[in-house]
Write a protein of this length. Structure first.
Length: 585
């Protein structure tokens, strides 16, 4: 959440003037043309598809490159660099037939380029290695290449325009994965001069770079007239606003006509709607885009650590938190209360999957008092309990650990009269540093204290330290953020909750045989309806056990000028710039 400060004068991007380039032919079918200007709040960490690390990088890579397949507005797989394909052996083998195409430097795009690029992503011995190899982990031989390098057994260029991909197990849904902006071909020149390629990637997409990037300033993308989806726009200029944490500079430039797409400053959403109108669906311009995004904000529990090993404790804590207040009061409407693990834009997401993702203080107190009664002196539970959550009094924390009690204004008059046992009287919320994370944690602590009558300590640490403590079993309740650019429930449920992922992305230690079987069945099913039902059944079981409680879904906040048509900024951060055009004045 941005804070208004009286800092130094803003640093504006050194934008190229509209007249900086020579005239080019008009867009597709003889109409269109022009320069689209988009504001970026973050300078892309990389625009090399092998190392892209953020949404801004995905935006650029998605324009410069084209994967084997693409996703349409309904997230259905459609042809990309491959004009057709076969899914064989129950979803375990794919054969792609490439269309005739060339890279921006004129060299042909071949199946060997895909094979080499995919191998480079997986190669754990590459310098530097890519962290995106996980996208290709289902491919036969992927684990060996990640460990030792070499050729990938499951990748084979059958001829110049035919690529075969074999998986270790049937995964019909893998076809969607192949639409990822990173799974694209790169020419051999990328390895001969990596630095030059990183500054000006040579791709096979509808736009090309006419000049190397200017870090911290702008990126200029020009139309590739030879692409099979010839864009209407002459060029796209992406302007970086690195010092504009409040988004005010973007807003001013938008009002002055210097931008077509910008982020809306916090507190100006209503004004933006009055000036520009609302999007028809939250994702499609013109107007204010406010659709729910693919990111989910959760708090996880170490399910092996008392008292969080008791599902009633986890449910009580979830019921004590007011998600609506978090979204509307703390975060000014930039988030949406989460009632499930899979965000609504993901195909197959189910409404209100979580029965305890609501604010119900009475139900929370009833569960908590039930647990407290069992922990009372002389009970069997007391004899077996170990105080694993108590910090060593001599241990210096790695970061800030502060107690943030509520101010008493929301205190519940009928909170438990008897103090709970020591191991239930105090809990710690561990989160990574940041204004937004701290604001969320402070409000959660106030809600929990007011409802359950316990003390909540806040521990803000560097992200690497948070993960280290979680893996060491020294964080009982901790913040988790999860995002995916794959529109599939499995991209959320499998990494975070499959038992086989424990110790990797499954930080809670949760595992359940029935859940694992449902997740495995959903991944292997070639029937869309059958897979969807398995995902939903698994999500409900996970939420019943509640190893992690969903808190918030993110919401985008952009505005698209009235003269822009065909722009859709989807929930996964993807924008098909080839479809965008500028209307006549």
């Amino acid at each position: 959440m941005a804070a208004c400060t009286s800092g130094p004068a803003r640093s504006e991007p050194d934008a190229p003037p509209v007249t900086a380039t020579a005239p080019v032919p008009s867009g597709a079918d003889g109409v269109g043309g022009g320069t689209l200007r988009i504001a970026l709040t973050v300078d892309p960490a990389s625009i090399d598809p092998r190392f892209v690390a953020d949404d801004e990088g995905d935006l650029v890579v998605g324009a410069l490159f084209e994967p084997l397949v693409r996703l349409d507005d309904l997230y259905t797989v459609v042809p990309g660099a491959a004009e057709r394909w076969e899914v064989l052996d129950g979803g375990q083998r794919f054969v792609f037939h490439l269309r005739e195409a060339a890279f921006h430097d004129g060299t042909p795009v071949t199946a060997a380029d895909f094979e080499r690029s995919f191998t480079r992503l997986l190669d754990g011995t590459a310098e530097p290695p890519s962290y995106l190899g996980h996208l290709l982990e289902p491919v036969v031989g992927a684990a060996e290449v990640q460990a030792r390098g070499g050729a990938v057994e499951g990748l084979r260029a059958l001829d110049e325009r035919t690529l075969e991909v074999r998986l270790a197990a049937p995964r019909p849904g893998f076809l969607r994965t192949l639409a990822d902006p990173s799974l694209v071909p790169v020419p051999e020149s990328a390895d001969r001069d990596p630095e030059a390629f990183a500054a000006r990637p040579v791709g096979n997409g509808p736009f090309a770079m006419s000049e190397p990037r200017e870090p911290g300033q702008f990126l200029r993308l020009t139309r590739n007239p030879d692409h099979h989806r010839r864009p209407s726009l002459d060029e796209v200029v992406l302007l970086v606003y690195p010092d504009d944490s409040t988004r005010d500079a973007q807003w001013e430039d938008l009002l002055e006509g210097q931008l077509h797409v910008a982020e809306v400053p916090t507190g100006r959403v209503d004004e933006a709607r009055e000036r520009f109108g609302a999007s028809i669906d939250g994702y499609r311009g013109p107007g204010v885009l406010d659709g729910t995004l693919s990111t989910v904000y959760l708090y996880g529990f170490d399910v092996d650590q008392p008292p969080f090993d008791d599902v009633r404790v986890r449910r009580a804590l979830s019921l004590a938190v007011d998600r609506t207040a978090l979204a509307e009061e703390v975060l000014a409407g930039t988030r949406v209360p989460a009632v499930g693990l899979v965000p609504p834009p993901v195909p197959g997401a189910q409404p209100r999957a979580c029965a305890v993702c609501r604010h119900d203080p009475d139900a929370a107190r009833a569960l908590w008092e039930e647990v407290v009664a069992e922990y009372a002196p002389g009970s069997a539970a007391t004899d077996e309990t170990t105080d694993e959550t108590t910090e060593d009094p001599d241990e210096e924390p790695d970061g800030e650990a502060t107690e943030e009690p509520g101010d008493g204004t929301d205190a519940a008059p009928d909170a438990p009269a008897d103090a709970p046992p020591e191991d239930l009287a105090r809990i710690t919320l561990t989160h990574n540093r940041g204004r937004t994370h701290s604001a969320i944690a402070e409000r959660m602590a106030a809600d929990i204290e007011a409802t359950l009558g316990i003390t909540v300590d806040l521990q803000a640490l560097d992200l690497s330290t948070v993960v280290e403590r979680i893996r060491e079993g020294r964080a009982g309740m901790f913040r988790i953020g999860w995002d995916s650019n794959q529109p599939d429930p499995g991209a959320y449920l499998v990494p975070l909750f499959h038992g086989a992922e424990a110790g990797r992305d499954n930080l809670t230690g949760y595992g359940d045989d029935q859940v694992d079987a449902l997740l495995d069945a959903a991944q292997a099913s070639g029937d869309a309806a059958e897979a969807r039902q398995a995902w939903r059944d698994a999500e409900r079981l996970i939420l019943d056990d509640l190893p992690a409680m969903p808190l918030l879904w993110y919401r985008q906040s952009r505005v698209v000028a009235p003269d822009v048509a065909g722009l859709r900024w989807d929930a996964f951060g993807r924008v098909d710039l080839a479809r965008v055009r500028l209307a006549d004045d």
